[in-house]
Design a protein around this ligand. Structure first.
Ligand code: UD1
Ligand code: MG
Length: 480
């Protein structure tokens, strides 16, 4: 149910200089979605009456992502005055003036905080009745964070940013998480008085805390026990650290849901992936995008699946697949490349050194070795002999190969598309198929075999082959 006295502001206007990237920081991917996507999903779970996202740097890209990830959000453009304080000031101006509820401020670069923790803090804040509750945590290395300055009896006095901190303040290991709940009225009033008189020339949101304390208000604070929940991403080392933490949690979640994951450290699972019980994931496996794995399947080792569906009890070994559908009981790999539009039927097989693209492979049909099957349709119960190739590209356009059911192609058959092979047809080994083959026919195109007797002895006298051939012929010829 919508919380009518809650507004959420997500900060996403900063440049993210420390990422040294052409991509805005909040759009860097983490478990398959942008950093900002994690924060927006958490915000959405709280179902606030107002959701405002502040943008500025690479405005068009970030705004487009917001529209996709949270279409209900109001997008506010930050002006040229820099700083988190200015960002919140402009966001609050977009919330109806009569709103006197709570404003939860989240940073677009702090992706691991969860909705349950936020809801608990919000409840505490409302019970305490003060103008602000901030989130802090104690970290081993506080570098880069704002430090929480407390007085002798432990009350919060203010927050000091790294660049403005004294030597003694820099030694403080309790840091500001960059998330806060403010009473809307107090926030509006205090933001108006914040200046840019600091080392970075920015309007700091954190200065509101000192101002409220100066007015005699007690500053509420929640020390978040799980440090990782408030880890911010400012550079790529932190991006990797946050990614590893999220992945460890994801892997554990699937393990507890009944998935065998042999090596959590080398298994990477995106946020949108779904896995049914009794699936086994072997080491060095990456599951990306909207990949879905059905009950009993075995995936890996050394496998990367992107937006791929794996059927019940299927086996997928040492495979790279994108936008593929693998049927129930099917077997794929090892060393197999399934490209977009591949669909393998129930109990089908695509084996070693096979590449497929835009290929529908029927139930029980096998493409076991060394093949390229592209822009093709193969019916049920067919077998493509080793080295079968669909020649789908004439240098200008792509054409389709349609192969019927119960077809057996000889090893090294080349299907020059467009071409159709009727049900139950055969092709001979090495056949170059340029014309349609009717149902039940055997298609041969290679010339009859000629054996030129004695050719090796005549043309390669004294070679190892010649000697072997002479030995095979027996002692009489060997003395020749
Ligand atoms: C901020 C806090 C710091 C805290 C840390 C936690 C301030 C002044 N400092 O520092 O106390 O420990 O977060 O991660 O708030 N942003 C805007 N507009 C701006 C500047 C930033 O929207 O003008 C957004 C950024 O896109 C980002 C968030 O605000 O999502 C935080 O900005 P960032 O520059 O990363 O602040 P920190 O230096 O990390
Ligand atoms: Mg930051």
């Amino acid at each position: 149910m919508t919380d009518s006295s809650l507004a959420i502001v997500v900060l996403a206007a900063g440049q993210g200089t420390r990422m040294r990237s052409a991509t805005p920081k909040v759009l860097h991917p983490l478990a398959g979605i942008p950093l900002l996507g994690h924060v927006l999903a958490t915000a959405q779970a709280l179902d606030a009456a107002h959701l405002v996202v502040v943008v500025r740097h690479e405005r068009e890209k970030v705004a487009a992502a917001v529209v996709e990830l949270a279409p209900e959000a109001v997008i506010v453009d930050q002006d040229e005055i820099p700083g988190t304080g200015r960002a919140v000031e402009q966001a609050v101006a977009a919330i109806p003036a009569g709103f006197a509820g709570d404003v939860l401020v989240l940073s677009g670069d702090v992706p691991l905080m969860d909705a349950d923790t936020l809801a608990a803090v919000l409840a505490d804040h409302r019970r305490a009745g003060g103008p602000v509750t901030l989130f802090s945590t104690v970290v081993d290395d506080p570098t880069g964070y704002g430090r929480i300055v407390r007085d002798a009896d432990g009350s919060v006095l203010r927050i000091v940013e790294q660049k403005d901190a004294s030597e003694a303040e820099r030694a403080i290991t309790e840091v500001n998480a960059g998330m806060y709940v403010f009473g809307a009225t107090a926030l509006r009033e205090k933001l108006a008085g914040v200046t840019t008189a600091n080392a970075q020339g920015e309007k700091y949101l954190t200065d509101v805390i000192g101002a409220l304390h100066g007015d005699g208000h007690a500053i509420g604070g929640i020390v978040v026990a799980d440090e990782w929940k408030v880890w911010g991403v400012n550079d790529r080392a932190q991006l990797a650290q946050v990614g590893a933490q999220l992945n460890a949690l994801t892997v554990r979640g699937w393990q507890l849901a009944g998935v065998t994951i042999v090596d959590p450290a080398t298994t990477w699972i995106d946020r949108a992936v779904t896995i049914e019980r009794d699936v086994t994931i072997l080491p060095n496996t990456q599951l990306h995008g909207a990949t879905a794995i059905a009950e009993g399947a075995t995936v890996g080792p050394d496998t990367t699946l992107v937006d791929t569906e794996v059927g019940r009890n299927a086996t997928v070994r040492r495979t790279d697949a994108t936008l593929a559908v693998i049927g129930d009981e099917a077997s794929v790999g090892p060393f197999t490349f399934l490209r977009a539009g591949t669909a393998i039927g129930t109990d089908g097989k695509v084996g070693a050194f096979v590449e497929t693209k835009n290929a529908q492979i029927g139930d029980r049909t096998k493409v076991p070795h060394l093949s390229y099957i592209g822009d093709a349709e193969i019916g049920e119960d067919s077998n493509i002999g080793a080295g079968g190739i669909t020649a789908n590209y004439n240098g200008v356009e792509k054409s389709r190969t349609i192969i019927g059911k119960a077809v057996k192609s000889g090893a090294h058959t080349v299907f020059v598309a467009p071409v159709r092979i009727g049900d139950g047809a055969y092709t001979g080994a090495g056949a170059l198929i340029r014309r349609d083959v009717p149902a039940g026919a055997l298609a041969l195109d290679v010339a009859p075999q000629r054996n030129l007797e004695g050719w090796v002895h005549a043309h390669r006298p004294g070679s190892a082959s010649d000697l072997a051939a002479q030995q095979a012929a027996g002692p009489a010829e060997a003395q020749d």
